[in-house]
Design a protein around this ligand. Sequence first.
Ligand code: KIV
Length: 264
Amino acid sequence: MKITVPDIKRMKEEGRKIPVLTAYDYTMAKILDNAGIPVLLVGDSAGMVCAGHENTLQVTVDEMIYLTMAVAKGRRRAIVVADMPFLSYQIIIEQAKMNAGRLVKEGGAEAVKLEGGENIKDTIKAIVDMGIPVMGHIGLLPQSVHKMGGYKVQGKGRVERKQLLRDAKAVESAGAFSIVLEGMPADLAKEITGSVSIPTIGIGAGRHCDGQVLVLYDMLGLYGDISPKFVKRYANLKEVITSAIRNYMEEVENGRFPEKGHSF
Ligand code: KIV
């Protein structure tokens, strides 16, 4: 049965953990959906793991629409959440509404994700008021990498901690249906999770969140440019792929492929 935004909210109420993974293309989305993942996040991490950029800042709305469209075609059951890329929601609320709408209308997303807390609460509310569900994102904000001076754990000090609690509350009051907590101490993520009614989805935020998200290429052992401490590798697909390719090369070079059965 199709999973909906209210189903995700209910999972917190029922104490059921929410597994989320990123997806960027049709084939992978189909595999994840068939495996039963309830939420597919078309992350702007695509800029790094698919396009090879140093960070996520160069990703455009048109690129996100293309990736979202591919993911949406591959899923039957899961909710597809599309990241709003840098500069698509920070300037003018009307522009943010238009870009969120394009991700839904042209990309087939069912929800969008924005980075920020109190500073973007009015934007979140405006998008929710259009009928588009919003996933918040606080803590380590990849789109603010230069401001943070790198991908650093946030909320370690007393003042920062209080601000993140206020951010979580602001995102909840603005009407978001869930919120990503990225790169923060586990006890802070636990406190936030206990103080908001919407599900928290952690990444590098410990085990007390209502759900977890990982970048697909990290957990499958495909992307090795950065290996954050919080990533668990569930497979080493880089090795599997390399070995398949070497095997193929050897067979072509030695005339063992194609065989009779592969010919017309
Ligand atoms: O872009 C992304 O993939 C993300 C998640 C990892 C939270 O924002």
